[in-house]
Design a protein around this ligand. Structure first.
Ligand code: ARG
Length: 490
């Protein structure tokens, strides 16, 4: 077993035997953490310079170290260096690679003053900050597709539903924009989260800080952080910021899932509100006629897994003593899975949304049905001096008559209205209620801020576009450049 010790060079000293094969298999994380290799090498460069400034590497040593790190990066890039079976994690593998290149003497100096605990806490922050920008850009792409569909929808009305029952007519654009705003808030959440995670744990050491007089501020700056974490125990042991990212990713998944559900229903034969483009639908291996909304279904399904990643991580964190414990290694697969999931899902989903076609005639025809104008009758009565409590009853009486005859509200006769409103409105007034019995009239009368009237929907589209432009600054920023500052942010 003794030669096993050599492979695990990061902690062999006090052990007489190497790890058992079972432990080695359990302990190994290179199969998922190797994707942090680039960030680790960037961290090593910054750390080497900190060692140089502290006089722990001579100018010549620093130069040779930087060259060796460049060479290591080249080997990682072209695949000629990769983890081997005995490497416990990405840091172990990279140290082996560095020593291969720089030799034992120089390569062995880099580890001074840092621990894998502050290292890994820093790397996950770097990685997430970069991918948060990718995901923000993709979420904005989806929001833009919804905005474009809303503009195309113009004045088309559709049945607005509560409890899935016809409620009141709304503009199709209004319904679509209701799915855009949550996505914009998800991006806002990422921006807000980025302010908090923009602190480097480098210099925290294993938990208590370092004795070597290294300058963590300089390391932080080199790695694109605006500041250093305030507490070395917190810096190495906290994962609330990873969990917060996981929440935003899960929330985005849920937002997309709710839109998916809508598209799936609208795409059924019974609804027939929308048709999906062939390029974004799938067929069945047995039923030749089938055209299935698989993208929306996968999105709905994957939202479950995005939530699972979040809850799994929270369960891991619950009950952990502070400072570092190995449990914390479990943070990475959760968020890697979320990022992989969203980065593949969002482009396909956006393509589906951008290319779907609505059946405007059908939406228009369905919009006022199911007594969807009953509220308009009640509100018209209110405008004519009837207290709402009675107006609600009177409108309900109209619904009852129409329903009993298998008719819609606009099929009622003058006498029906006169009878229904008797005692509240004069007979010559009652039939005038017809002026509100159209879905366009109904929609346009809802013209308060945020309402479904055409002018108000235009207004929200303009506002949403401006918001997209502002949020795009974050998506286009780099996580290793100057910190993104939202206009008007604190
Ligand atoms: N691979 C570990 C992680 O991802 C970092 C190594 C810390 N290990 C340790 N024994 N202190 O969290």
């Amino acid at each position: 077993m003794a030669d096993n010790n050599e492979h695990l060079a990061l902690w062999g000293g006090r052990f007489t035997s190497g790890p058992s094969p079972e432990l080695a298999r359990l302990s190994k994380s290179t199969q998922f953490d190797w994707r942090l290799a680039d960030d680790d090498i960037a961290g090593s460069r910054a750390h080497a310079r900190a060692l140089g400034r502290a006089g722990l590497l001579s100018a010549d040593e620093l130069k040779r170290m930087e060259d060796a790190l460049d060479e290591l990066q080249r080997r990682v890039d072209d695949g000629s260096f990769a983890p081997i079976e005995d490497d416990e994690d990405e840091a172990t593998a990279l140290e082996r690679g560095l020593i291969d290149i720089a030799g034992d003497e120089l390569g062995g100096k880099l580890r001074a003053g840092r621990s894998r605990n502050d290292q890994i806490a820093c790397l996950i922050r770097m990685w997430l900050r970069r991918h948060a920008r990718v995901i923000a850009g993709q979420l904005l792409g989806l929001a833009n597709a919804l905005i474009a569909q809303s503009e195309k929808a113009g004045k088309t009305v559709m049945p607005g539903r509560t409890h899935m029952q016809h409620a009141q007519p709304v503009l199709l654009a209004h319904q679509l924009m209701a799915h855009a705003w949550p996505l914009l808030r998800d991006v806002q959440r990422l921006i807000d989260w980025d302010r908090r995670i923009n602190a480097s744990p480098y210099g925290s050491g294993a938990l208590a800080g370092n004795t070597l007089g290294l300058d963590p501020e300089a390391v932080a700056r080199e790695l694109g952080f605006s500041r250093v974490t305030d507490n070395s125990i917190d810096g190495t042991a906290s994962r609330d910021l990873v969990a917060e990212f996981a929440f935003v990713a899960a929330m985005a998944g849920v937002d997309i899932s709710r839109l998916s559900e809508e598209i799936i229903i609208w795409n059924t034969q019974e609804f027939a509100f929308v048709k999906l483009d062939d390029g974004y639908s799938t067929g069945s291996s047995i039923m030749p006629q089938k055209k299935n909304p698989d993208i929306a279904e996968l999105a709905r399904g994957k939202s479950g897994r995005l939530i699972g990643d979040l809850t799994g991580l929270l369960a891991t964190l619950k009950g952990l003593p502070t400072a570092y414990a190995r449990d914390l290694q479990e943070d990475k697969e959760a968020v890697f899975d979320q990022v992989d999931t969203l980065e593949v899902l969002l482009p396909a989903f956006t393509g589906m949304v951008a290319t779907m076609r609505f059946d405007a005639d059908r939406l228009e025809a369905e919009a006022p049905t199911g007594f969807a104008l009953a509220t308009d009758i009640a509100e018209w009565l209110v405008k004519n001096g009837v207290p709402f409590r009675h107006a609600h009853e009177l409108s309900g009486a109209c619904v009852k008559i129409a329903e009993g005859r298998g008719q819609e509200l606009w099929d009622l006769t003058d006498d029906d209205f006169i009878g229904a409103f008797n005692g509240f409105l004069p007979a010559d007034k009652a039939p005038q209620v017809r002026e509100v019995l159209s879905s366009h009239g109904s929609v346009n009368s809802r013209n308060g801020k945020g309402g479904t009237a055409y002018g108000r929907v235009r207004e929200q589209i303009v506002d949403a576009k401006a918001e997209v432009e502002e949020l795009k600054l974050f998506a286009d920023s780099t996580s290793d450049g100057p910190a993104y500052k939202a206009p008007g942010s604190f």
